[in-house]
Design a binder for this molecule. Sequence first.
Ligand code: MN
Length: 198
Amino acid sequence: MSLTKYKEKRHFNETPEPEGSGGESVGSLHFVVQRHDATRLHYDFRLEMDGVLKSWAVPKGPSLNPRDKRLAMMVEDHPFSYRTFEGVIPKGNYGAGIVEIWDEGTYTAEEEVDNKKAEKLLLNELEKGEIKFTLHGKKLKGSWALVKTHGMGENAWLLIKHNDQYAVEGYNSEDHISPDSKINKERSVKKKPSLPQK
Ligand code: MN
């Protein structure tokens, strides 16, 4: 898997984001959901596959309600080391704004196979445009699918929660933000009247 696009879009002497090559994960496959206050506030959903993070930008954030089929725009692969990235991408850089981790954990292929087979199976599902997986996160749990759509643009997928014991009726990811959220702190500061400049 290539990180060419990822590297092309970024200037690593300016952004604190990891330049990292693929990287290797031992054992379980990981996922992360980052909340990203860029031009627009959105969520980035990333699944580890083949040493990189397959990535989708989810404008409305993931939902535990199976009725919410969340648009997920596939973006460039990110390095595995991006899994732990939180920080501020400076103005003028690609994706400028605050990135914070919203959820993280491990995931497994829906079909029960051992780890080595799981990655092959998942890559095959990715190719076919329908990935079925189980998330073991703090917020996101249970059975999910990412399904490539037709007629909504080349990179448009839908992130869908399957019905199981973790499904809920109403869900808004914005209601599940850590009280330590840097994004929310920054946003509340911006709302206050600005202090006189010296
Ligand atoms: Mn983003």
